[in-house]
Design a protein around this ligand. Structure first.
Ligand SMILES: [Zn+2]
Length: 185
């Protein structure tokens, strides 16, 4: 089995550099103060800059209601993007993508639409190839869920899902809603 991660990605697309740093510091500090991740950074994740903070047994219990495992890749990371961020599920890709206006399935077009959105100078709405209506990229209904933000928070190789309570707690400390993006490599 390959590596996998759960990313908590803010709904908000635009998070400028000073705020990205502030949010990263806040969330890492909170998880450390709670004793759920290690104090020191180490090579324990596959996202971000490749370094993260290992989960602790207390953290596993609290965050995922799971037992601690002794894995090499097993930690929390912050992934930031200078330009725009697209957090995909990676392996297997999208099963479906639906226009929020007409409901048409446009999964075959969606990758090109995302690329055009990514390459654009600003943050344009995305035009549905079926009905021609423009919608915010985040309004397209995707399975599995993707995230579109300049910052995302990764949890690598959790053997259980993050609990709903923990996700709500995380979003409250972050101060804004997040999407849960499941990533498999
Ligand atoms: Zn449409």
């Amino acid at each position: 089995m390959g590596d996998y991660a759960t990313y908590l990605v803010p709904e908000r697309c635009r998070v400028d550099a000073p705020e990205r740093e502030e949010l990263a510091r806040r969330m890492v500090g909170w998880l450390q103060d709670k004793g759920w991740i290690a104090r020191e950074k180490s090579d324990c994740v596959l996202g971000g800059d490749g370094n993260g903070w290992r989960f602790t047994p207390e953290g596993m219990r609290h965050m995922a209601d799971a037992d601690h495992e002794d894995l090499v890749t097993y930690g929390f990371c912050v992934e930031t993007h200078e330009k725009k961020g697209v957090f995909t599920n990676h392996e297997g890709g999208l099963e479906s993508a639906r226009c929020p206006v007409c409901g048409a399935g446009i999964v075959d077009d969606f990758y090109d639409l995302v690329e055009a959105w990514y390459m654009a100078e600003d943050w344009p709405p995305v035009v549905c190839p079926v009905c021609g209506k423009a919608s915010d990229i985040r309004a397209y209904q995707l399975e599995p869920v993707w995230g579109f933000s300049q910052i995302g928070f990764g949890f690598w190789n959790l053997n259980e899902d993050l609990t709903e309570e923990f996700v709500a707690e995380f979003a409250a400390v972050l101060g804004e809603p997040v999407r849960v993006v499941e990533v498999a490599l």
